[in-house]
Write a protein that binds this ligand. Structure first.
Ligand SMILES: Nc1nc2c(c(=O)[nH]1)N[C@H]1C(S)=C(S)[C@@H](COP(=O)(O)O)O[C@H]1N2
Ligand SMILES: [Mo]
Length: 198
């Protein structure tokens, strides 16, 4: 039972100054990459402060135990999209074989065209963080990050890099593409950490 609230399913789920959309907007800087059908021109490198740097093919990514999650995403430009179903690999499982060193405190995600974003290691390895190859039961479309994107639902969605190609473990935090352009180094949507000065 609920008492006159028109949207009980969204109450408490939408961060301040966000509007729920049922569409899936496409947002990025740069060009959408296209790959060969067999993805032989794609790989994912894990490097930096790790004991065993490693490069994975897409086939190998699919060999990892798969996770399915459902979550809400919040874009810094003001839209939120609820109940996204993702399938992929947990970030912790993905990077375990590389053995991140104790000095590693931050992660830089490298995407196509040199686009980067930064986040603390505990947010990258958070239990709800994953690299996803599917959204709502379908393979990612090129516009939404095919073949693999990061999904970190507890931070603003710009941290969820599309077209990821490398994960770098580092000691010091370093601003990525949007962060150099004034976006917040952390990006907690519940605290409205949109810009550096927030
Ligand atoms: N490689 C890359 N990933 C990116 C971006 C980008 O410019 N390049 N933009 C981010 C931003 S600002 C948002 S809101 C989301 C949008 O994801 P979508 O286009 O799948 O909705 O992707 C994020 N990931
Ligand atoms: Mo965004």
């Amino acid at each position: 039972m609920y008492f006159g609230k028109s949207k009980p399913q969204t109450s408490g789920r939408v961060p301040p100054n966000q509007n729920v959309t049922t569409t899936f907007p496409v947002l990025h800087h740069g060009n959408v990459p296209y790959y060969k059908a067999d993805l032989s021109d794609w790989n994912l490198k894990i490097f930096g402060l790790v004991e065993c740097p490693i490069t994975y093919t897409f086939e190998k990514i699919l060999d990892f135990p798969s996770v399915m999650t459902k979550n809400d995403i919040h874009c810094v430009t003001g839209w939120s999209k609820l109940d996204n179903g993702w399938e992929g690999v947990s970030t912790e499982i993905l990077t375990k074989e590389a053995k991140p060193l104790a000095e590693a405190k931050h992660v830089i995600i490298h995407a196509e065209e040199g686009w980067t974003t930064n986040l603390p290691i505990q947010d990258f390895l958070h239990e709800t963080s994953l690299v996803a190859h599917s959204h709502n039961g379908n393979s990612l479309t090129p516009e939404h990050g095919y073949p693999l994107r990061l999904v970190v639902p507890h931070l603003y969605f710009w941290k969820s890099a599309k077209w990821i190609r490398a994960i770098e473990f580092v000691k010091e935090d370093k601003p990525g593409f949007w962060e150099k352009n004034g976006y917040h180094m952390y990006g907690n949507p519940w605290k409205e950490q949109r810009f550096t000065w927030d």
